[in-house]
Design a binder for this molecule. Structure first.
Ligand SMILES: [Zn+2]
Length: 77
């Protein structure tokens, strides 16, 4: 799921997902579940936002400067 799906799942605003993601990850750990973050990717050149420290949606690709990006996706296991 992406941030929008997660916001619907948790009943919060999409922007709040980013704010709360650290807490979500922590509470998952307590429940012996894991929040897996699949990095966003540039659909133009294939650049992967792997080493991105912040969890917010990237505005544009640092490589090709386009903004045709796939949102980071989240899995709960
Ligand atoms: Zn790119």
């Amino acid at each position: 799921m992406d941030a929008r799906d997660l916001s619907q799942e948790l009943g919060i605003q999409e922007k709040e997902v980013y704010t709360h993601l650290h807490h979500v990850a922590r509470s998952m750990k307590a429940k012996k579940k894991k929040l897996i973050i699949l990095p966003g990717q540039c659909l133009q050149c294939g650049y992967i936002f792997e080493d991105r420290k912040r969890l917010t949606r990237p505005g544009r690709c640092p490589q090709c400067k386009r903004s045709h990006l796939q949102s980071p996706r989240y899995q709960i296991r």
